[in-house]
Design a protein around this ligand. Structure first.
Ligand code: TEU
Ligand code: CA
Length: 555
């Protein structure tokens, strides 16, 4: 395997709006990020992925871009961005931007021009269809609810949007559109960013010609996934994009890829893949229901383990997954994967160890290193996220009471991850001196960075140790490149695996509050990390306290 600069890195996702507000307007911003670079550097972070901070009406919080070449004034200026890149570089850190090119904003100039002249150049940047009375071009349901078709203002046409109506899909079949995308990517890479996280990219290839699919809900519509399953040939776009852009800059790219088929993994993330890496979403999609969030099923520890191992087995040594516990689209992992009532410092550290030591690139989402938890929403009015609002409606339509619907969507709300970062126990968690754009989780008085930074037993300190272990010259080779081999796969509430390479590392997590004992397959050499104050071993019998996790170097 050819070694790449990004293989041994640890990445951190920043959701700029909620990270740190430097000027008191209640919105996080780039100067705020700059002022926290030392915090991230101290944690051991190498790569920072910024969720979008381009000009945007923020209908989908920045994933609706109205100008790909400008920073939204709410987040700062281009000079701020340049300074961020430079300051990161000084600390040997790299910036990734979010590449959102399945769609733009309906306030983008291209879309405005398409409205003015739908038959002209820019009309062909989008998917437009003639409007018919009482009939939509297709019965596809958008990811955020309702049909994917909307009237193109001032015309007798309709446009396609697989996400929100303020996010018109870009027509990748049009080479002129693709040229514009590549130009933009190269422009940013020239500026010194080191790569991209690539948003919703599997949606760029549509099954042509458009047609209806079997409805799967009472609204008569059908999930977009039914169309995507039939869409073939995305590789032509992705290969071209890579050749025209990323490849020339040795950029690090992580695709937001769902539903790839096993035989496509090498095409996506093999040595010559379209991307360097892609996220493992196996755990996050588990238990999902076609009906909506209200019908989703909670994952158990055994299922969590299976999901991780399944993804690892699929990829093997073909490439590198990017492993996450959460992101800005997901609830907080500690609230989701740790059984209810058991969420505590110890179990949070266990989850961290089990996920972090998987083969792949670890991505930490802001606040994850503090063990930030889901938010107790008391009213749907506290929710900003369009996806949650739609799922709430879906739950009501299915007959749930408003209270039940709120409880159901609260579990999965994207806003769980979007509340302001908890810096201190001061008002608004020290995130802003003004009024935060989104409610702060009331538990900031106990869960915050200031309290954890100098506490050797904090969740943050544990993350710091995990990152340090990944960088440790003695173990690095094994942690980065070693193969992963599950152990005791059938043991209930126990997740354990080897990382084998130059060294032999065994990761074990007792995924329950009760103790359990395991018989080590060989003698151990050294305890590399332990989230518990005790380490009890007799002969080769290892006694694990509830939610104890250990990382051992084996003979
Ligand atoms: O998400 C893409 C996506 O396919 C979904 O998983 C989405 O997160 C889910 O439907 C929400 O409940 C990406 C971004 O990560 C997300 O924030 C954006 O909203 C979306 O694309 C559109 O740009
Ligand atoms: Ca601000």
């Amino acid at each position: 395997m050819i070694k790449k600069w990004w293989h041994d890195k640890t990445a951190y996702q920043i959701y700029p709006k909620s990270f740190y507000d430097s000027n008191g307007d209640g919105i996080g911003d780039i100067p705020g990020i700059i002022s926290k670079l030392d915090y991230l550097h101290d944690l051991g972070i190498d790569i920072i992925w910024l969720s979008p901070c381009y000009c945007s009406p923020l209908a989908d919080e920045g994933y609706d871009i109205s100008d790909y070449y400008k920073i939204d004034p709410r987040f700062g200026t281009m000079e701020d961005m340049e300074q961020l890149i430079a300051e990161a570089k000084k600390r040997d850190m790299y910036i990734l931007m979010d590449l959102v090119v399945n769609h733009c904003s309906d306030e983008h100039e291209w879309f405005q021009k398409a409205c003015q002249d739908p038959d002209g150049k820019y009309g062909n940047f989008f998917y437009l269809k003639d409007k018919k009375e009482n009939e939509l071009p297709t019965n596809w349901r958008s990811y955020f609810g309702g049909p994917v078709w909307e009237d193109l203002p001032g015309t007798d046409k309709q446009y396609l949007h697989v996400f929100h109506k303020k996010q018109p899909d870009l027509n990748w079949e049009n080479p002129k559109l693709r040229e514009e995308v590549y130009k933009n990517i190269n422009w940013w890479l020239e500026k010194g960013i080191r790569g991209f996280r690539i948003d919703a990219i599997i949606n760029i290839k549509k099954a042509l010609p458009f047609h209806n699919y079997e409805p799967d809900r009472e609204d008569g519509l059908t999930s977009i996934e039914n169309m995507l399953r039939e869409a073939h040939g995305i590789g032509e776009f992705l290969g071209e994009m890579k050749n025209r852009t990323f490849q020339h800059y040795d950029a690090f790219t992580v695709g937001e890829v769902f539903n790839e088929k096993p035989e496509e993994i090498a095409d996506f993330i093999g040595e010559n893949g379209y991307f360097c890496s892609m996220f493992d979403f196996n755990e996050t999609i588990f238990g999902g229901s076609e009906k909506g969030w209200y019908d989703a099923r909670q994952i158990t520890p055994d299922e969590y383990k299976q999901c991780c191992f399944e993804a690892q087995a699929k990829v093997g040594t073909i490439g590198f997954l990017s492993n996450i516990i959460e992101n800005h689209d997901e609830p907080r992992g500690v609230s989701r994967y740790i059984p209810e009532g058991d969420c505590c410092t110890q179990s949070k550290k266990m989850l961290a160890a089990l996920n972090f030591m998987l083969r792949g690139i670890p991505f930490i989402y802001q606040g994850q290193e503090l063990g930030m938890e889901n938010v107790p929403f008391t009213s749907i009015d506290e929710v900003d996220d369009i996806s949650t609002l739609d799922e709430y409606k879906t739950a009501l339509n299915a007959g749930l009471s408003p209270e039940q619907a709120l409880t159901a969507v609260s579990k999965y709300s994207r806003d769980n991850a979007r509340t302001p970062m908890q810096w201190t126990n001061q008002p608004n968690a020290g995130f802003t001196t003004g009024t935060p754009w989104l409610k702060v989780n009331p538990n900031y008085t106990s869960i915050n960075a200031a309290a954890q930074q100098n506490d050797p037993d904090s969740v943050r300190s544990f993350y710091k140790q995990l990152i340090a272990l990944r960088k440790n010259v003695e173990y690095k080779e094994t942690i980065v490149y070693g193969i992963l081999e599950p152990v005791w796969e059938d043991r209930h509430n126990l997740m354990a695996y080897y990382r084998k390479g130059e060294k032999n590392i065994l990761v074990i997590g007792n995924f329950q509050k009760e103790e359990q004992t395991v018989e080590l397959p060989s003698a151990f050499k050294k305890v590399l990390l332990n989230n518990d104050s005790t380490f009890k071993i007799e002969e080769n019998q290892l006694f694990l306290n509830g939610y104890q996790a250990v990382i051992l170097e084996m003979q």
